[in-house]
Design a protein around this ligand. Structure first.
Ligand code: AP5
Ligand code: MG
Length: 263
């Protein structure tokens, strides 16, 4: 492209030489292309950081809240299996209908369904320099599949961040959560309210109480968490990538603790 551009500019010079003006134009164009290329790379890539992060923690611990902030600060995608399932439920897909059966009861969606959608998602080009996984893995077999898929690429998880909140805080938090089924944003009626009551700040859709945030379902989700997901804390601790933060403090302070770890 540059060679053709070079010759095109050269031909407009009546003396048969490259004029100063033509040369300046070429350099300016090259600088502009280089600048655009740099801008299209994520911040993490520019800093040479590989950010493959897993968020661990009980339902309602604040994984989603923190994952969104991490994704924004480090310019890596926020990948939430829960959001992917909810989007499928909203669009009435076959996957959504199947997932809903389990989600409404506070059960985990079977590994066969979950693993495939996750591996497809992280194979997308925007995940090349990293991602924040929110809600995956949730079982030891899911973690093993992810581990294997990454090690086949000579890669591994960099950090597993455990947002620690005791069970007694969870049920109270969940009943106050309001979610946007349009863009996945979450709020809390007391701690993190939207600017206009019941309306999403980001996309303007109505906020709802998620079906699985009703107290009886939350208790079941907590039980499932302790049985099937909590063992992942030991799994990642043994790999030397586990970091635990106190999730009971203000969400900005939780984020500051996470940034200190990632820095
Ligand atoms: P998912 O959507 O992942 O739900 P979850 O893990 O139960 O977690 P939540 O999204 O409910 O909580 P969170 O930790 O993200 O907290 P949040 O930031 O919103 O999964 C839903 C379902 O999908 C599962 O039950 C399962 O059926 C299925 N599923 C998903 N992934 C799966 C997988 N891998 N395998 C199998 N099944 C899968 O915060 C909660 C509330 O607290 C909000 O209101 C927030 O505003 C507020 N808050 C946040 N931080 C603070 C703070 N520091 N102080 C006070 N309030 C805060
Ligand atoms: Mg969440």
């Amino acid at each position: 492209m540059w060679i053709s551009c070079f010759f095109r500019l050269q031909t407009v010079d009546k003396k048969g030489k490259i004029s100063l003006c033509a040369l300046q134009t070429l350099i300016l164009r090259w600088k502009k292309t280089a600048r655009l290329r740099r801008c299209s790379q994520g911040a993490a890539e520019r800093k040479g950081i590989q950010m493959k992060i897993i968020m661990l923690g009980a339902p309602g611990a604040g994984k989603g809240t923190q994952a969104k902030m991490i994704a924004e600060k480090y310019a890596v995608p926020h990948v939430s299996t829960g959001d992917i399932f909810r989007a499928n439920i909203k669009n009435g897909t076959e996957l959504g209908m199947e997932a809903k059966k389990y989600m409404d009861q506070g059960q985990l969606v079977p590994d066969e369904l979950t693993v495939k959608i996750l591996l497809d998602r992280v194979a997308q080009p925007d995940c090349k320099n990293g991602y924040v996984l929110d809600g995956f893995p949730r079982t030891i077999p899911q973690a093993q599949v992810l581990d294997k898929a990454l090690s086949e690429l000579g890669d591994a998880i960099d950090y597993a961040i455990n947002v620690d909140v005791p069970d007694e805080n969870i049920v109270r938090r969940m009943s106050g959560r309001r979610a946007c089924l349009g863009c996945g944003a979450t709020y809390h009626v007391e701690h993190i309210p939207p600017k206009k009551e019941g309306i999403c700040d980001v996309c303007g859709q109505n906020l709802v109480l998620r079906d699985d945030d009703k107290p009886e379902t939350v208790l079941n989700r907590l039980k499932v968490y302790h049985d099937q997901t909590q063992p992942l804390i030991d799994f990642y601790n043994e790999k030397g990538v586990l970091k635990t933060v106190d999730g009971t403090v203000d969400s900005k302070d939780v984020f500051a603790a996470i940034v200190a770890i990632l820095s």
